[in-house]
Design a protein around this ligand. Structure first.
Ligand SMILES: [Zn+2]
Length: 102
């Protein structure tokens, strides 16, 4: 009863809306002015922009991560096998490789 009293029909979309409602929540038309409220949903361009930004970020990350990985791999490859014969007389071969890289 009270619920029915509090509701009224939207003259534009015939949905039950609250009597005090100024804007219909279904069709988003201002019941006083009859003007439809523009939807503030411009998510598509923002999504596209963010997607592009993500792509740029991923590409940038790859360009940063790949060389670092390469350097790490090269350092591991050069450091793990003790260079036989070449630096046998030296005390610490890893130190020399680091010094050479720097
Ligand atoms: Zn409506």
């Amino acid at each position: 009863m009270t619920i029915v009293d509090e509701l009224k029909k939207c003259p534009y979309c015939a949905e039950s809306i609250k009597r005090e409602a100024v804007v219909c929540r279904f069709c988003r038309i201002n019941l006083k002015t009859g003007v439809s409220i523009a939807k503030p949903e411009k998510s598509e361009p923002i999504k596209a922009k963010s997607g592009v930004m993500d792509g740029v970020r991923i590409g940038f990350g790859i360009f940063i991560v790949l060389p670092i990985l390469l350097i790490i791999v090269v350092m591991v490859v050069f450091a793990s096998p003790p260079s036989i014969g070449k630096s046998a007389s030296e005390v610490s071969p890893p130190m020399t490789t680091q010094a050479m890289n720097q």
